[in-house]
Design a protein around this ligand. Structure first.
Ligand code: C2O
Ligand code: CU
Ligand code: CU
Length: 497
């Protein structure tokens, strides 16, 4: 698809116009800090990994402290590394005063260990799931999925990255030295008050969800990573509550996208900019052999609302209209003293086999609606706390199973919305996108996915098969990954039998 940014949004305008992700609050305008790298924990040894859900204190910018949540860290959680055909044992301990569910986003595991809202860990309790990792190499993540509180808990810090390796990805000439030439890049945005404390309110979130004004990466506003002067792999996660980003480099240098949500693509796809919806991951490889620093820009997609044009024409217009210098969210600064990965990318990566049309046995339709329910949705505070967000006319109800699916059968799911753009996510699987908003699937999305963007222009279609079981007591979810939409009910439950 020649990327056109005309689709989207719910209400015109919004506060994002001023900042476009490039302006830091006054108190944060200090020299960039080093990119924080979440600790790497090795889950392949079999012994349970202790993951303590806790409160913390974190400095998003030097000298400013704010209360946060974290998983064995002050903010966010460690990067968990696991491997296809191995067992991952986790030992969550909830030390908060409220219940928490933690979901493994992108994992092909049964409903009983999926970490949906039914699997809430009570205060001071533990949860010790054993996950059989059967899927291929991918960048996944884990995050709070607590009923009605997912948005707030993720915002305060309950999220982390998960890396799955396999033999194929090990054999490919890819940078794989974590924290050196293979970097986790968790993109989020936050709103801070004058003291630099996090501000969040589900009730006051508008139709767009809770959009933060300032971009943070791995919990830092504007940081630098000193990297080898060669190929660098970035594992990008849009971990924002609601924000769609356009990711590009300030000098417009090309990069190769090598993987989307569920794993490696067939072949690297060269790009200069891409859109990332909340919940999406992708891996890119960028070449720094020229020795010049590369500034990663994370622009707010809503900045481009209603403008027609190709990706690059819009970006060019936007970048040339800027009066002030751009402030990258992350600057990769090459250091020639570090051993560099220079091997060319392989032209063939994963084998991605589509089912034959005759193997697709069923079609289901899902309509996401922002106007469901109570006739307007503004509560007496002028916020939107009473907004009803529905899928097929129903608000999420933990006591209702919305769909029943048979294991091992291919299905076509058609999804659209009555208004605006939504990132739709399905638990327990990876799927293939057949079309997005009525348009053919762009090459960089022609891999295994668990997120698909849809809008009110036309249907998005996926083909999906579930290989694991999910019972009535531990069903899977499908939902909008704008976390405020999810918390307002834009979610459904399904079993696999
Ligand atoms: Cu990332 Cu059901 O979520
Ligand atoms: Cu998920
Ligand atoms: Cu939504």
């Amino acid at each position: 698809m020649p990327f056109t940014l005309s689709r989207r949004h719910f209400l015109a305008g919004g506060t994002a116009l001023v900042s476009a992700g490039l302006v830091a609050p006054a108190w944060a305008k200090t020299a960039p800090v080093r990119l924080p790298i979440p600790a790497l924990v090795d889950g392949t040894r079999g012994e349970p990994l202790d993951l303590t859900i806790r409160s913390g204190v974190w400095s998003f910018a030097p000298g400013i402290k704010t209360p946060t949540l974290g998983i064995s860290q002050e903010y966010l959680g460690p990067t968990i590394r696991t491997r296809q055909n191995s067992e991952l044992n986790l030992n969550y301990h909830n030390t908060l005063l409220e219940g928490v569910s933690i979901h493994g986003h992108g994992l092909h595991v049964p409903g009983a260990v999926d970490g949906g809202p039914q699997l809430e860990i009570a205060p001071s309790d533990r949860w010790q799931p054993t996950l059989s990792i059967v899927q291929p190499a991918a960048t996944c993540w884990y995050h709070s999925h607590t009923h009605g509180k997912t948005g707030e808990q993720v915002y305060r810090g309950l999220a982390g990255m998960m890396i799955i390796d396999d033999d194929l990805s090990d054999d490919l000439p890819l940078p794989r030295n974590y924290g050196v030439d293979d970097l986790p890049v968790i993109i989020q945005d936050r709103t801070f008050d004058a003291k630099g404390h996090l501000v969040y309110s589900l009730e006051y979130a508008d139709e767009d969800g809770w959009l933060g004004e300032t971009v943070i990466i791995n919990g830092a506003i504007s940081s630098v990573a000193y990297v080898p002067a060669g190929k660098i792999r970035l594992r990008l996660l849009n971990g924002a509550n609601a924000r769609f980003y356009i990711v590009t480099f300030a000098d417009k240098r090309p990069f190769h996208k090598i993987a989307c949500d569920g794993g490696l693509l067939r072949a690297p796809v060269e790009m200069t900019a891409m859109e990332m919806a909340p919940g999406e991951r992708c891996e890119i490889v960028v070449d720094l052999a020229d020795g010049a620093p590369a500034g990663l820009l994370t622009l707010f997609e809503d900045e481009f609302d209603g403008q027609e044009g190709t990706f690059s024409s819009l970006l060019d217009r936007f970048l040339s209209s800027r009066q002030t210098a751009l402030r990258p969210s992350l600057t990769l600064t090459p250091d020639k003293a570090l051993p560099a990965h220079t091997a060319p990318l392989s032209k063939r990566m994963a084998e991605i086999v589509h089912p034959k049309p005759s193997e697709i046995v069923r079609t289901r339709d899902f309509m996401l609606a922002m106007n469901g329910g109570d006739g307007g949705g503004h509560d007496q505070h002028g916020g939107h706390g009473a907004m009803n967000m529905t899928i097929n006319g129903a608000v999420m109800d933990m006591n209702v199973i919305n769909e029943e699916v048979k294991r091992g059968e291919w299905e076509r799911w058609r999804i659209r919305s009555d208004q605006g753009e939504h990132p739709f996510h399905v638990h327990g699987c990876s799927f293939l996108i057949e079309q997005m908003g009525g348009a053919p699937t762009p090459p960089d999305q022609q891999g295994w996915k668990d997120m698909v963007v849809l809008d009110n222009d036309d249907w998005s279609e996926i083909i999906v098969r579930f290989d694991h079981l999910a019972s009535k007591t531990h069903p899977y979810m499908y939902h909008c990954h704008i976390l405020e939409h999810e918390d307002h009910g834009m979610m459904g439950q399904f079993t696999v039998s």
